[in-house]
Design a protein around this ligand. Structure first.
Ligand SMILES: [Mg+2]
Length: 339
């Protein structure tokens, strides 16, 4: 029984921007768990918003890896990780949980979604993200994506020209479903003003308009909004879900922020119990991390799983995409292979 890992710097084909930052290099740590001659794999995709970097992942992995001793006990792993480290480091917890779940699925000879007993419902079409940049460049990205047959576009707002961006994208791609993500950047008055613009542009949903802690502001906004509000930055852990049910219509589940695929599944079921809609999202991550999210995507209303499509050097292969349509991974485990 061993746990080993390596960190690779992955690169986006284009610098990728949101309101808080623009980057083109992303350190990602790949964990391999081996037991009885079989292996399971996981990916840590740290995000500074959740207090993680490539360096914290490298520092914390040796402290958590010994919680993973038996791949069959994948369901108990998270509790053992919390006993060692109650707070933070969700991407490390995710990588270990992914590795345990894949090991068990491979030992059973099935895909992970089969191991979990999930229904083989069709996957919702994934959005493709238009990266922030000069308006002309964003127009070009939207045009090209629509021409490729992409049916859902997402744009990250929180700029000084949000209104112009939404109008420009709607003009370039009149028939696509358009989603916006404010990444917690708007003030309450700004959000109220922009809701009207979003309604005119037939925006399908808006992610995280206000600051993560402003649940009261979101609840107030929700009473005015015709477009569904989806919590992303306000959701860090499964236990956050019930408190979000008043303030948001839906939640964005990302494996790397919730601590793994089983934690995302718990959050999903809790959200459904509170009659919320569900989006499955991702970080910039390889096809390994995206595959893990894709195993849950059939249970979700919306998918935002383009993280690996933005990479120039994805180290994994095996996911099948036709424009935004991602197929459920086949094969045992996560269903992707090292290139
Ligand atoms: Mg978001």
């Amino acid at each position: 029984m061993t746990v080993r890992w390596e960190t690779l710097d992955l690169h986006t084909a284009q610098p990728f921007g949101i309101a808080r930052w623009t980057h083109s290099t992303y350190p990602r740590t790949f964990v391999t768990f081996e037991q009885g001659g079989l292996t399971g794999r996981g990916e840590a995709a740290p995000n500074a918003f959740y207090g993680e970097t490539g360096a914290t992942v490298e520092a914390v992995l040796p402290l958590l890896a010994d919680a993973l001793t038996d791949g069959w006990d994948w369901d108990g792993l998270h509790e053992r990780l919390l006993a060692r480290m109650p707070l933070g480091h969700p991407s490390v917890k995710c990588a270990l949980e992914m590795a345990a779940a894949e090991w068990a699925a491979r030992a059973a000879g099935v895909p992970v979604w089969r191991l979990l007993g999930l229904s083989p419902s069709p996957l919702p079409e994934s959005s493709f993200t238009v990266s922030l940049g000069p308006l002309e460049d964003m127009r070009r990205q939207a045009r090209e994506a629509a021409a490729r047959g992409q049916g859902v576009l997402k744009v990250k707002l929180g700029t000084a020209q949000d209104e112009q961006i939404v109008e420009a994208l709607r003009e370039e791609a009149p028939d696509v479903a358009l989603r916006v993500d404010a990444n917690a950047a708007w003030t309450r008055p700004q959000a109220k003003r922009l809701l009207a613009v979003l309604a005119v542009a037939r925006v399908e949903l808006v992610e995280q308009p206000l600051a993560a802690g402003d649940l009261e502001g979101h609840a107030e906004l929700r009473r005015l909004a015709r477009v569904p509000l989806v919590a992303d930055e306000s959701l860090h852990h499964v236990s956050d879900v019930p408190a979000l049910a008043e303030a948001f219509d839906g939640v964005n589940l990302k494996l790397a922020k919730l601590g793994g695929p089983l934690q995302a599944l718990r959050a999903l079921r809790l959200a459904r119990a509170h009659r919320m809609q569900v989006m499955i999202g991702c970080m910039i991550e390889s096809s390994l991390g995206i595959a893990a999210a894709a195993h849950l995507a059939g249970l979700c209303d919306w998918a935002d799983l383009d993280g690996a499509l933005l990479l120039a050097d994805d180290p994994f292969t095996g996911l099948s995409w036709t424009a935004g349509r991602l197929e459920r991974p086949a094969g045992t485990g996560w269903g992707v292979e090292r290139r």
